[in-house]
Design a protein around this ligand. Structure first.
Ligand SMILES: [Zn+2]
Length: 379
């Protein structure tokens, strides 16, 4: 008992000193906890070193490539840039080109990915689309979806050479804004180990909105008619595991589940982004998104209005969290697909927020992907 006590005191002392040599074996659990704590601190620092600089790099690159819509030369340049970043990190990049038709035009795009081998061959996909909606909306696609792509670049660097319980596939999709064409093509390929894929995390517009959310697929199946043999999945374990990490690391501003809104039970999302072809293929998904479900937007509390900040509204009624005049409002606090989704419109007002959110997303994903069994029941 006495020995145990002194050992315990030594543990406390060694905790302060961050020395893990004392009492190993006797207090395995606390030693592991301390290793985890130390790891969390380190991981925060190293993720911070990457997350924001990677986003700035990307912002520089896309400044004159706003019109990188599906099938264009600029979309191809964006894909090449992503491949270049990953190659520089030492990864082998796989390119998966696909053809599609748009307004009777035959076009070509591609998905690209890297694998970071884990202890298991089973794969967790982390995906983000790299095309943009097009300059006629005024958008440069910085948050939608430069933020998701920058996170893929950061994770490529942060996870390489790390011990990972599962293989992580970082996957950049083409042609999302034209109907999830990249993701739809990917899930139907025979050469991408769909049978080994145990989860998909979709990163689409992960900064900019007032709050961070993580969603699961809707419990009512999406329309899956593009998949030859749909097997729908809407499990919540992946979503809840990511939420758990975020709560642990960022207790005052964690990723949230959106409240139940008309047609959408708590934490469940629609089929409008690259996660849905995966749900339609029997794979549980988690979808990270920055928005604000507490705003009464154009169509109610649907999370489409991202910010309760008058700068992004024609006129914002703060007391009622909606437009001063619902008939006349045009802006609706929406950043995605608008003139606000560019550096010049965002950085002067919310650079600090964008940085914090990007860092939190990357940090949360990093800790989760390194410790999947700890956070995900049954894995
Ligand atoms: Zn998007």
């Amino acid at each position: 008992m006495k020995n145990k006590l002194s050992c315990y005191l030594m543990v406390i002392k060694s905790c302060v000193l961050l020395s893990l040599t004392a009492c190993t074996g006797v207090t395995d659990q606390s030693a592991r906890d301390r290793i985890a704590e130390k790891e969390d601190l380190t991981s925060k620092n190293i993720t911070q070193q990457r997350a924001w600089p990677d986003l700035i790099n990307l912002a520089d690159f896309i400044e004159d490539k706003a019109d990188r819509t599906a099938g264009t030369q600029l979309e191809r340049q964006m894909a090449a840039w992503i491949a270049e970043q990953w190659t520089r990190q030492g990864h082998k990049v796989e390119h998966l080109p696909f053809n599609f038709e748009l307004e009777e035009q035959a076009l070509r795009s591609q998905n690209l990915y890297i694998d970071i081998q884990g202890q298991s061959d089973e794969i967790i996909v982390v995906g983000a689309h790299y095309d943009a909606v097009g300059i006629d909306t005024g958008s440069h696609g910085l948050i939608d979806n430069g933020s998701g792509v920058a996170a893929l670049i950061s994770l490529g660097e942060l996870l390489k050479d790390k011990t990972l319980p599962f293989t992580v596939r970082l996957l950049a999709f083409g042609a999302e804004e034209r109907g999830l064409l990249g993701a739809k093509n990917y899930v139907q390929r025979k050469d991408v180990k769909m049978h080994k894929t145990i989860g998909m995390i979709n990163l689409d517009t992960i900064i900019g909105g007032d709050k961070l959310y993580v969603h699961s697929a809707h419990s009512t199946p999406y329309t899956c008619d593009f998949v030859t043999e749909p097997t729908y999945a809407h499990g919540v374990k992946l979503r809840d595991a990511i939420k758990k990490v975020s709560v642990e690391l960022y207790p005052s501003s964690p990723h949230l589940l959106h409240p139940a809104v008309a047609g959408y039970p708590e934490g469940e999302t629609g089929s409008w982004s690259d996660h849905s072809p995966f749900a339609c293929s029997g794979i549980d998904i988690a979808y990270l998104e920055a928005t604000n479900f507490a705003i009464n937007g154009k169509n109610g509390f649907d999370g489409y209005s991202q910010v309760a900040d008058e700068k992004y509204w024609d006129c914002f009624d703060e007391n009622n969290s909606t437009a001063c005049n619902r008939e006349r409002e045009k802006a609706w606090g929406e950043i995605w697909h608008t003139k606000f989704d560019r550096r010049s419109a965002l950085f002067p007002h919310m650079q600090v927020r964008l940085q914090k959110q990007q860092e939190q997303n990357v940090h949360t994903l990093y800790v989760f992907l390194r410790n999947v069994p700890k956070y995900m029941e049954g894995k």
